[in-house]
Design a binder for this molecule. Structure first.
Ligand SMILES: Nc1ncnc2c1ncn2[C@@H]1O[C@H](COP(=O)(O)OP(=O)(O)O)[C@@H](O)[C@H]1O
Ligand SMILES: [Mg+2]
Length: 304
């Protein structure tokens, strides 16, 4: 979108994925930041009437603040291509590939980026036997942070009993012990490395609830690991064909040095409250939240 401040921006938020609530929070924060930045802003809760709402509002650009299925996987991007409305973040193909953790790995491996061994299995088989030697992780391969990740530590524990909401096919991946790192990429620049420190016992849910984790940015790491994270995140963004802002998650097994660093996934619609990981890294680089939101609007485009 070309510059100019009285431009009208539609912020898409909510939607119908499992991450609806997170998106409502992100979207409202982005909408107020864009108002501060001087745009005329309309907030659209993405429901079945989304196309009609967009046609009626005639925005100059869409700020996509949706997360998860439909909003982050290429679906809404396809609608915006069809309506020829420039939109923020990644396009159809990058969104679809990044949302699928197995396809992402194919792109990572082709680009020479390290990821843990994994396979896709029917959930029924995963529940019946250890399909991989423990420790391993079972997770959906096409959902965001709100759906279960199971860690199977020892063979003696038996295979996991999965929640009914888990998809019929799941990803089983080698467990990578150690630290949780993440890097946001803004255009052609990797911003910083954040160490996500979970206090006390290891509980997946703790990390996503308020006060459940601490963000250390910049992470206190050997220079070689910081450099590798920044380099890998930028290469992942390029390999997947991402646009605008993305955020790549890593696990680092410190005992193994550089060989213990693995990409987990790239989020094409990372959390966008002022205290979310990517905005925190932007702030660390001197880019405040309204400036980040403005940059995303100015970067909006269609693939076609
Ligand atoms: N192979 C793994 N080894 C260790 N921890 C993992 C592994 N895969 C996932 N996790 C844990 O589960 C979290 C969510 O997994 P991730 O692959 O990032 O999916 P999503 O964020 O889409 O749910 C990670 O941040 C990490 O804490
Ligand atoms: Mg993740």
């Amino acid at each position: 979108m070309s510059s100019g401040h009285s431009r009208k921006v539609a912020v898409l938020l909510g939607g119908r994925s499992a991450e609806r609530e997170v998106s409502l929070v992100s979207g409202r924060e982005c909408a107020s930041a864009l108002r501060v930045a001087g745009y005329e802003v309309v907030e659209i809760d993405a429901g079945p009437d989304l196309a009609q709402r967009l046609i009626a509002e005639k925005p100059d650009a869409v700020f996509n603040a949706l997360h998860g299925r439909w909003g982050e996987d290429g679906c809404v991007q396809g609608l915006l291509e069809w309506l020829a409305i420039p939109y923020s973040h990644s396009g159809v193909m990058a969104s679809a590939v990044a949302m699928d953790k197995e396809r992402s790995k194919e792109a990572y491996r082709a680009a020479g980026l390290p990821c843990a061994d994994s396979g896709i299995w029917p959930a029924s088989e995963v529940q019946a036997r250890h399909v991989m030697a423990p420790p391993y992780v079972v997770k959906p391969y096409n959902e965001g942070s709100s759906v279960g990740v199971y860690i199977v530590r020892e063979a003696a524990n038996g295979p996991p009993q999965l929640a009914a909401e888990m998809p019929a096919r799941v990803m089983v991946e080698t467990y990578v012990p150690g630290r949780e790192l993440t890097v946001a990429v803004m255009g052609d620049r990797a911003l910083a490395v954040t160490d996500i420190v979970t206090d006390g016992w290891y509980d997946y849910h703790a990390k996503y609830s308020t006060g459940g984790s601490r963000h250390v940015v910049p992470a206190d790491l050997p220079a070689e690991i910081t450099e590798a994270c920044l380099d890998y995140a930028l290469r992942a963004h390029v390999a997947l064909g991402c646009r605008g802002l993305s955020r790549t998650d890593f696990r680092w097994d410190e005992a193994r040095g550089l060989a213990g660093l693995y990409l987990l996934e790239t989020n094409t619609q990372p959390g966008m409250t002022p205290t979310s990981l990517a905005p925190e890294q932007a702030a660390h680089c001197g880019i405040d939240f309204p400036a980040l939101c403005r940059w995303l609007v100015e970067d909006a485009s269609c693939d076609r």
